[in-house]
Design a protein around this ligand. Structure first.
Ligand SMILES: NC(=O)c1ccc[n+]([C@@H]2O[C@H](COP(=O)([O-])OP(=O)(O)OC[C@H]3O[C@@H](n4cnc5c(N)ncnc54)[C@H](OP(=O)(O)O)[C@@H]3O)[C@@H](O)[C@H]2O)c1
Length: 198
Protein backbone atom coordinates (compact mmCIF):
# COMPACT_ATOMS: atom_id res chain seq x y z
CA UNK A 1 0.00 0.00 0.00
CA UNK A 2 0.96 3.64 -0.08
CA UNK A 3 0.99 6.53 2.37
CA UNK A 4 -1.79 9.00 1.74
CA UNK A 5 -3.37 12.25 2.90
CA UNK A 6 -6.93 13.25 3.72
CA UNK A 7 -8.22 16.62 2.53
CA UNK A 8 -11.56 17.94 3.81
CA UNK A 9 -13.46 21.11 4.62
CA UNK A 10 -15.61 21.12 7.76
CA UNK A 11 -17.96 23.54 9.43
CA UNK A 12 -17.77 24.29 13.17
CA UNK A 13 -19.66 21.05 13.97
CA UNK A 14 -17.40 19.00 11.64
CA UNK A 15 -20.20 18.99 9.08
CA UNK A 16 -19.12 18.01 5.57
CA UNK A 17 -22.21 18.49 3.45
CA UNK A 18 -25.98 18.38 3.22
CA UNK A 19 -28.39 16.66 0.84
CA UNK A 20 -25.49 15.07 -1.06
CA UNK A 21 -23.65 18.33 -1.70
CA UNK A 22 -21.29 20.77 -0.09
CA UNK A 23 -23.32 23.15 2.08
CA UNK A 24 -21.21 26.27 1.41
CA UNK A 25 -19.59 28.11 -1.45
CA UNK A 26 -16.02 29.06 -0.61
CA UNK A 27 -14.00 29.64 -3.80
CA UNK A 28 -10.77 30.08 -1.80
CA UNK A 29 -11.14 26.53 -0.48
CA UNK A 30 -11.81 25.15 -3.94
CA UNK A 31 -8.60 26.83 -5.12
CA UNK A 32 -6.72 25.41 -2.14
CA UNK A 33 -8.11 21.93 -2.83
CA UNK A 34 -7.08 22.25 -6.46
CA UNK A 35 -3.55 23.40 -5.60
CA UNK A 36 -2.91 20.79 -2.92
CA UNK A 37 -4.31 17.82 -4.83
CA UNK A 38 -2.99 18.75 -8.27
CA UNK A 39 0.56 20.00 -7.61
CA UNK A 40 3.38 17.51 -8.13
CA UNK A 41 7.12 17.95 -7.66
CA UNK A 42 7.79 15.76 -10.69
CA UNK A 43 5.94 17.20 -13.70
CA UNK A 44 5.80 13.76 -15.31
CA UNK A 45 3.74 12.32 -12.45
CA UNK A 46 0.15 12.91 -11.32
CA UNK A 47 -1.52 12.73 -7.92
CA UNK A 48 -4.42 10.37 -7.30
CA UNK A 49 -7.70 11.32 -5.63
CA UNK A 50 -9.80 8.61 -4.02
CA UNK A 51 -13.47 9.31 -3.37
CA UNK A 52 -16.62 7.48 -2.37
CA UNK A 53 -19.33 6.76 -4.90
CA UNK A 54 -21.63 9.48 -3.54
CA UNK A 55 -18.89 12.11 -3.66
CA UNK A 56 -18.25 11.21 -7.30
CA UNK A 57 -21.98 11.64 -7.96
CA UNK A 58 -21.96 14.98 -6.13
CA UNK A 59 -19.37 16.52 -8.44
CA UNK A 60 -20.87 18.74 -11.15
CA UNK A 61 -20.69 16.78 -14.43
CA UNK A 62 -18.49 19.53 -15.92
CA UNK A 63 -16.00 19.16 -13.08
CA UNK A 64 -15.53 15.41 -13.22
CA UNK A 65 -13.24 13.67 -13.55
CA UNK A 66 -11.07 16.10 -11.61
CA UNK A 67 -8.55 17.27 -14.21
CA UNK A 68 -4.88 16.50 -13.93
CA UNK A 69 -5.41 13.87 -11.25
CA UNK A 70 -5.99 10.13 -11.36
CA UNK A 71 -9.62 9.77 -10.24
CA UNK A 72 -10.46 6.66 -8.22
CA UNK A 73 -14.03 5.87 -7.12
CA UNK A 74 -14.75 3.41 -4.32
CA UNK A 75 -17.93 1.45 -4.88
CA UNK A 76 -19.15 -2.08 -4.46
CA UNK A 77 -21.62 -1.60 -7.31
CA UNK A 78 -20.87 -3.46 -10.52
CA UNK A 79 -22.98 -1.06 -12.57
CA UNK A 80 -21.06 2.19 -12.37
CA UNK A 81 -20.70 3.89 -15.72
CA UNK A 82 -17.48 5.83 -15.28
CA UNK A 83 -15.65 7.79 -17.98
CA UNK A 84 -12.51 6.34 -19.53
CA UNK A 85 -9.52 6.72 -17.26
CA UNK A 86 -11.53 6.83 -14.03
CA UNK A 87 -10.66 3.84 -11.87
CA UNK A 88 -13.16 1.94 -9.73
CA UNK A 89 -12.16 -0.10 -6.68
CA UNK A 90 -14.17 -2.19 -4.22
CA UNK A 91 -12.38 -0.82 -1.17
CA UNK A 92 -9.91 1.80 0.04
CA UNK A 93 -7.23 -0.84 0.56
CA UNK A 94 -7.67 -2.16 -2.96
CA UNK A 95 -7.17 1.37 -4.33
CA UNK A 96 -4.12 2.04 -2.13
CA UNK A 97 -2.54 -1.26 -3.14
CA UNK A 98 -3.06 -0.61 -6.84
CA UNK A 99 -1.75 2.97 -6.63
CA UNK A 100 1.35 1.82 -4.73
CA UNK A 101 2.41 -0.28 -7.72
CA UNK A 102 1.92 2.54 -10.24
CA UNK A 103 4.97 4.49 -11.41
CA UNK A 104 2.68 7.36 -12.56
CA UNK A 105 1.53 8.43 -9.09
CA UNK A 106 3.22 10.95 -6.77
CA UNK A 107 0.79 11.60 -3.88
CA UNK A 108 -2.53 10.01 -2.95
CA UNK A 109 -5.44 11.96 -1.41
CA UNK A 110 -8.67 10.70 0.09
CA UNK A 111 -11.16 13.47 -0.76
CA UNK A 112 -14.35 12.17 0.91
CA UNK A 113 -17.09 11.73 1.69
CA UNK A 114 -18.01 10.90 5.25
CA UNK A 115 -18.06 7.13 4.74
CA UNK A 116 -14.60 7.07 3.23
CA UNK A 117 -13.13 9.55 5.75
CA UNK A 118 -14.39 7.33 8.60
CA UNK A 119 -12.33 4.44 7.27
CA UNK A 120 -9.33 6.51 6.12
CA UNK A 121 -8.85 8.30 9.47
CA UNK A 122 -8.10 4.96 11.16
CA UNK A 123 -5.81 3.67 8.42
CA UNK A 124 -2.18 3.07 9.44
CA UNK A 125 -0.89 4.51 6.15
CA UNK A 126 -2.61 7.89 6.67
CA UNK A 127 0.20 10.41 7.12
CA UNK A 128 -1.30 13.89 6.69
CA UNK A 129 -4.66 15.66 7.08
CA UNK A 130 -5.49 18.94 5.35
CA UNK A 131 -8.51 20.51 7.07
CA UNK A 132 -10.27 23.70 6.15
CA UNK A 133 -12.32 24.85 9.13
CA UNK A 134 -15.27 27.09 8.37
CA UNK A 135 -16.63 29.11 11.29
CA UNK A 136 -20.34 28.58 10.70
CA UNK A 137 -22.97 25.90 11.23
CA UNK A 138 -24.63 24.61 8.07
CA UNK A 139 -26.79 21.95 9.76
CA UNK A 140 -25.03 19.27 7.76
CA UNK A 141 -26.19 15.66 7.52
CA UNK A 142 -22.75 14.07 7.09
CA UNK A 143 -19.77 14.65 9.37
CA UNK A 144 -16.00 14.31 9.56
CA UNK A 145 -14.86 11.83 12.26
CA UNK A 146 -14.73 13.43 15.73
CA UNK A 147 -11.74 11.41 16.84
CA UNK A 148 -8.40 11.83 15.16
CA UNK A 149 -5.66 9.42 16.29
CA UNK A 150 -3.63 11.14 18.99
CA UNK A 151 -0.33 10.67 17.22
CA UNK A 152 -1.33 13.40 14.76
CA UNK A 153 -0.09 16.90 15.53
CA UNK A 154 -0.77 20.25 13.93
CA UNK A 155 2.20 21.24 11.77
CA UNK A 156 0.74 24.39 10.24
CA UNK A 157 -2.30 26.60 10.67
CA UNK A 158 -3.23 29.79 8.89
CA UNK A 159 -4.66 32.80 10.63
CA UNK A 160 -8.42 33.14 10.37
CA UNK A 161 -9.32 34.54 6.97
CA UNK A 162 -12.58 35.96 5.69
CA UNK A 163 -14.39 35.66 2.38
CA UNK A 164 -17.79 37.18 1.70
CA UNK A 165 -18.51 37.27 5.43
CA UNK A 166 -17.34 33.69 5.99
CA UNK A 167 -14.46 33.06 8.40
CA UNK A 168 -12.21 30.11 7.74
CA UNK A 169 -8.70 28.76 8.31
CA UNK A 170 -6.57 25.94 6.98
CA UNK A 171 -4.89 23.43 9.29
CA UNK A 172 -2.44 20.65 8.43
CA UNK A 173 -1.84 17.71 10.76
CA UNK A 174 0.83 15.03 10.38
CA UNK A 175 1.43 11.74 12.10
CA UNK A 176 4.22 11.79 14.63
CA UNK A 177 6.37 8.71 14.36
CA UNK A 178 6.94 7.85 18.00
CA UNK A 179 3.52 8.15 19.64
CA UNK A 180 1.25 5.29 20.62
CA UNK A 181 -1.36 4.71 17.93
CA UNK A 182 -4.16 3.57 20.17
CA UNK A 183 -5.14 6.86 21.76
CA UNK A 184 -7.40 9.56 20.42
CA UNK A 185 -8.03 13.22 21.03
CA UNK A 186 -11.38 14.87 20.64
CA UNK A 187 -11.36 17.43 17.86
CA UNK A 188 -11.80 20.90 19.25
CA UNK A 189 -10.68 19.97 22.78
CA UNK A 190 -8.84 22.93 24.32
CA UNK A 191 -5.70 21.02 25.27
CA UNK A 192 -4.96 19.39 21.97
CA UNK A 193 -3.95 22.50 20.05
CA UNK A 194 -6.57 21.88 17.37
CA UNK A 195 -7.62 25.51 17.43
CA UNK A 196 -4.07 26.83 17.22
CA UNK A 197 -3.43 29.62 14.79
CA UNK A 198 -0.18 31.25 13.84
N1 LIG B 1 -16.62 18.96 2.92
C1 LIG B 1 -15.84 18.15 2.22
O1 LIG B 1 -14.60 18.30 2.21
C2 LIG B 1 -16.46 17.03 1.46
C3 LIG B 1 -15.66 16.19 0.67
C4 LIG B 1 -16.29 15.15 -0.02
C5 LIG B 1 -17.64 14.96 0.09
N2 LIG B 1 -18.38 15.78 0.87
C6 LIG B 1 -19.82 15.58 1.06
O2 LIG B 1 -20.01 14.31 1.66
C7 LIG B 1 -21.27 13.79 1.23
C8 LIG B 1 -21.04 12.40 0.64
O3 LIG B 1 -20.53 11.58 1.68
P1 LIG B 1 -21.16 10.13 1.95
O4 LIG B 1 -20.56 9.61 3.22
O5 LIG B 1 -22.63 10.23 1.84
O6 LIG B 1 -20.68 9.30 0.68
P2 LIG B 1 -19.25 8.83 0.12
O7 LIG B 1 -18.31 8.45 1.21
O8 LIG B 1 -18.78 9.84 -0.88
O9 LIG B 1 -19.70 7.57 -0.73
C9 LIG B 1 -20.28 6.47 -0.08
C10 LIG B 1 -20.32 5.32 -1.04
O10 LIG B 1 -19.01 5.05 -1.51
C11 LIG B 1 -18.76 3.67 -1.44
N3 LIG B 1 -17.83 3.47 -0.31
C12 LIG B 1 -17.39 4.41 0.55
N4 LIG B 1 -16.53 3.87 1.41
C13 LIG B 1 -16.40 2.59 1.07
C14 LIG B 1 -15.64 1.53 1.58
N5 LIG B 1 -14.80 1.70 2.60
N6 LIG B 1 -15.78 0.31 1.04
C15 LIG B 1 -16.61 0.14 0.00
N7 LIG B 1 -17.36 1.12 -0.55
C16 LIG B 1 -17.25 2.33 -0.01
C17 LIG B 1 -20.11 3.02 -1.26
O11 LIG B 1 -20.66 3.00 -2.56
P3 LIG B 1 -21.60 1.80 -3.11
O12 LIG B 1 -22.88 1.95 -2.32
O13 LIG B 1 -21.73 2.08 -4.56
O14 LIG B 1 -20.87 0.52 -2.79
C18 LIG B 1 -20.82 4.04 -0.41
O15 LIG B 1 -22.22 3.95 -0.50
C19 LIG B 1 -21.84 14.79 0.24
O16 LIG B 1 -22.70 15.69 0.92
C20 LIG B 1 -20.60 15.53 -0.25
O17 LIG B 1 -20.89 16.83 -0.73
C21 LIG B 1 -17.82 16.82 1.55
Amino acid sequence: MTNFSIIAAVDQKLGLGKDGRLAWHLPEDLKYFHRITRTTEDPVLENAVIMGHRTWESLPPKARPLAGRINCVISTSSELDLPDGVLQFDSLDEALTALATSDRVEQVFVIGGATLYAEAILHPDLERIYLTRIEADYECDVFFPEKIPEDFEIVSATETMESDGLEYSMVVLEREVDHSKDQFFEFGHEDNGADAEN
